[in-house]
Design a protein around this ligand. Structure first.
Ligand code: IMP
Ligand code: MG
Length: 177
């Protein structure tokens, strides 16, 4: 597996430091929403599994988590090729929602999922991505919390895949094309 890794872009230590800092920001902001404000994490599968698992363990408050599916990549491609398919919607009416995804690229997934969740009339909806590519399509999507801004490269690891592999790689890495 390691042979396809070209270089490590963000090492596990830097990821966990940043995840802790994001969790602190989120904790601060939810406290400001008022006493007893409770958060529902809506995690977009599958890329956000590791990120959301680490993030939620750094949130010292009552949270619930709901998973939803959305995908725009199929098979061996490094470019999003179609409109994101969105699966069953979670139950978020009247709740404070934090939508969590792995990466902002074309921005279609986050925008699409967010629009779908809005129809369920949550009390508030914020968004959190671990990575955002420094390209206009990604930078122009409004996002409340961003872990790292990265160059326009295809990355894997820490939940992110190529053809569904590499999700278990502990660092974020660039693969040999
Ligand atoms: P978008 O809809 O183009 O913003 O793409 C978002 C989805 O595509 C993410 O949730 C990822 O699953 C996937 N994706 C985008 N860029 C990458 C990448 O560099 N590596 C792995 N997956 C990616
Ligand atoms: Mg994804």
């Amino acid at each position: 597996m390691m042979q396809d890794i070209e270089r490590i872009l963000i090492a596990r230590g830097a990821i966990s430091d940043r995840v802790r800092a994001l969790a602190q920001e989120i904790t601060h902001d939810i406290t400001e929403k008022g006493e007893g404000a409770e958060l529902v994490l809506v995690a977009v599968m599958t890329g956000s599994i590791i990120f959301v698992a680490d993030l939620m363990r750094n949130l010292p408050m009552k949270v619930r988590i709901q998973l939803m599916t959305a995908s725009s990549y199929v098979g061996k491609t490094t470019a999003s090729t179609r409109d994101p398919f969105v699966g069953a919607l979670p139950d978020v009416g009247g709740k404070h929602v934090l939508l969590v995804d792995d990466i902002l690229d074309s921005g279609k997934t986050l925008t699409r999922v967010r629009d779908e969740l809005e129809t369920l009339e949550p009390k508030s909806i914020d968004t959190c991505v671990l990575l955002r590519k420094k390209i206009p399509s990604a930078m122009s999507v409004e996002c409340t919390y961003v872990g790292f801004d990265i160059e326009d490269e295809f990355v894997v690891g820490y939940g992110l895949d190529y053809d569904d592999y590499y999700r278990n790689f502990p660092d974020i890495a660039v693969i040999v094309p």
